[in-house]
Design a protein around this ligand. Structure first.
Ligand code: B1M
Length: 221
């Protein structure tokens, strides 16, 4: 990893949003790709925050400050990740499930989807099952993405799928699930159509789901 990306990860850890923004810009000027900066700078820094939070070395205020720096850095990358000549691929509705306030991973997935040509509608965090149902009905997405970061909230994904079933909407939308505690096995158990471990595989998986549903309107996927 370059010294620049190492410094970026460290400054994100320390919650220095101004420096994070400046270093992201510098890395772009040095010819690094947005994906490299995201993976080896921003996400690398956030991973250390996660480990130290788990081990009791960092507390919620510090994590929030680091998360704010992450958002600031992602703000610089967003237009670049979303830059795409791809014609609209499909409609992607996303949200973090009820009870869960984590949005960094969800935002990354949304950005990557936009970059891949999806029309994205982001419902934010702490989204109740009935809100997902209402939006599926109204906005008619091809794929619904559910994000959960807590073992206590991942069960809410099943509630959403059941609520779609109850509203007779389950066959109208493919459901893609993800988030740190979610596994492929869990996704299958709750009746999701797809699972992705990270933002780039989420794009691949959503494309596969569109092809399976016969809804894909682009070629060469
Ligand atoms: Co929270 N938190 N947190 N937290 N937090 C975790 C998740 C935790 C693992 C930390 C730890 O103990 N090591 C732990 C969960 C333990 C568990 O359930 N097993 C935890 C806890 C316990 C909590 C609280 C309960 C703490 C408390 O209050 N005592 C509390 C809960 C609040 C709530 O949600 N109700 C809480 C609060 C917070 C903050 C608000 C302080 C803050 C969130 C700020 C924000 O999001 N705006 C926060 C943070 C930042 C974290 C960690 C440190 C970082 C999460 C993150 O953003 N990672 C996290 C530890 C960790 O994950 N290492 C932790 C970076 C991000 C890029 O990765 O979100 O995993 P991630 O997203 C990835 C993939 O998961 C995947 O792609 C993304 C990009 O590659 N993905 C999808 C995500 N969604 C997807 C959807 C898809 C496909 C892929 O398809 C639709």
């Amino acid at each position: 990893m370059s010294e620049l990306l190492k410094k970026l990860a460290e400054d994100l850890y320390n919650g220095d949003a101004d420096s994070v923004v400046a270093l992201v810009r510098q890395a772009l000027n040095n010819g690094l790709t947005p994906a490299e900066i995201l993976e080896h700078g921003l996400i690398a820094g956030m991973n250390v925050v996660g480990k130290d939070f788990r081990d009791g070395l960092l507390f919620i205020p510090e994590v929030l400050i680091a998360a704010r720096a992450m958002h600031a850095g992602m703000g610089v990358l967003k237009p670049l990740l979303a830059e795409s000549d791809v014609p609209p691929t499909g409609r992607f509705l996303i949200g973090t499930v009820q009870g869960d306030l984590h949005d960094i991973g969800k935002n990354l997935v949304a950005m990557m989807m936009e970059g891949a040509g999806f029309e994205v509608h982001d419902l934010g965090v702490d989204v109740p099952a009935q809100k997902f149902v209402a939006e599926v009905k109204a906005w008619q997405p091809d794929v619904l993405g559910l994000s959960a970061l807590l073992t206590t909230t991942m069960a809410e994904m099943k509630t959403v799928i059941e609520a779609l079933d109850d509203a007779d909407l389950r066959d109208r939308v493919k459901v893609l699930v993800g988030g740190a505690p979610v596994t492929e096995k869990y996704a299958a158990e709750i009746g999701a159509d797809g699972y992705a471990a990270n933002a780039s595989t989420a794009v691949e998986e959503a494309r596969k789901l569109l092809l399976l549903g016969g809804q894909c309107n682009t070629t060469g996927l």
